[in-house]
Design a protein. Structure first.
Length: 327
């Protein structure tokens, strides 16, 4: 039996480690090429959404002295919430996950981050926040997804510079970088694509939090759509998990980010330093402007911007970064 085990980056605080992944029958979505041309690439994308998961499979985890077993959910997803109060250095740590199904043994190594305490955390949307996706145009979105491989997809100018400057806020290079979380309505099927894209553009390494995996062609047509409430709950969980960090949130005005972030600020009035919303058209949207002004009235810095250069200067003006140049 061919089995694929996929592990995603996890995260930890002073009391708990969160680790998660999927197990697939035959091939995981990342088995299909990201750099093919034309029809070959379109076929690969469709295959990413027609995979088969495996439910109720025993999954074993090893980290230091910890050895645990759980079983996958019906959609092949597994999650470990591990109480861990022993001393653990800030930064990235490695762990191992394995499964043995009908005498087929699979093993993968993953990593998780423990942020530096008392500093900043960054949560960013993906589509049309840094990856140009045309989320507000169904046909163009699908066309780009099917015809532009990972090397041809475009990133907004200045995003990498801004995020790299922020990655060192409150830290020094000997300690490493701050914790980044990329939270999106894209499904887990696109994890490898997103991860590869961020590496290709030298963006900060991040924990990805995506939407439930899809396993059918019909699901593909509605990728990234539907309710965005899962983003609210994922971001809420992150801020609850790190009560001592101050967060900066990035999104865009193509869908629901400003309204989700307004709800977050109302629940965590001291947990958010600033909110950045990218303007996806040539003019501000009145409803978004109103929401941003309401957020500002709660003593949170706001920036509703068209170009990343404006956002970078804003970060310097509020003291979030000390320079607008990347060394």
């Amino acid at each position: 039996m061919k089995v694929d085990l996929k592990i995603y980056r996890g995260y930890a605080n002073e009391q708990e480690i969160i680790l998660f992944g999927h197990i697939f029958k035959k091939n995981a979505p990342d088995h299909f090429g990201l750099e093919g041309r034309r029809l070959r690439y379109a076929y690969a994308v469709i295959r990413m959404f027609t995979i088969k998961t495996m439910g109720n499979v025993p999954i074993h985890l090893e980290f230091n002295e910890v050895k645990l077993m759980t079983k996958t959910l019906e959609d092949g997803y597994f999650r470990f919430a591990i109480p861990y109060t022993k001393p653990l250095a800030s930064g990235w740590h490695e762990f191992k996950v394995s499964a043995n199904i009908d005498n087929t043994y699979v093993e993968e190594r993953g990593e998780f981050i423990k942020p530096y305490s008392g500093e900043y955390g960054f949560v960013s949307d993906i589509d049309d926040t840094f990856l140009i996706s045309h989320s507000d145009n169904f046909f163009k979105k699908i066309y780009v997804l099917l015809t532009r491989n990972v090397n041809k997809r475009k990133i907004f100018d200045g995003v990498v510079k801004h995020y790299r400057l922020l990655s060192l806020v409150g830290t020094n290079k000997a300690k490493g970088t701050n914790a980044f979380f990329y939270v999106s309505s894209s499904e887990w099927n696109l994890y490898n694509f997103i991860d590869h894209f961020t590496k290709l553009h030298d963006m900060p390494k991040a924990v990805l939090k995506l939407k439930d995996i899809k396993t059918g062609l019909g699901d593909f047509l509605f990728t990234g759509g539907g309710s965005h409430n899962h983003k609210f709950y994922k971001i809420k969980h992150i801020l609850e998990f790190y009560p001592n960090l101050k967060f900066v949130l990035f999104g865009d005005d193509s869908q629901k980010d400003p309204f989700i972030y307004e709800r977050i600020v109302k629940i965590f009035p001291s947990g958010v330093k600033a909110i950045y919303i990218r303007m996806t058209k040539n003019m501000e949207k009145p409803k978004v402007t109103t929401v941003m002004e309401n957020i500002k009235s709660m003593d949170v810095e706001i920036c509703y911007f068209k170009d990343s250069s404006t956002a970078i200067q804003h970060s310097k003006d509020i003291g979030l970064i000390q320079t607008t140049e990347v060394e």
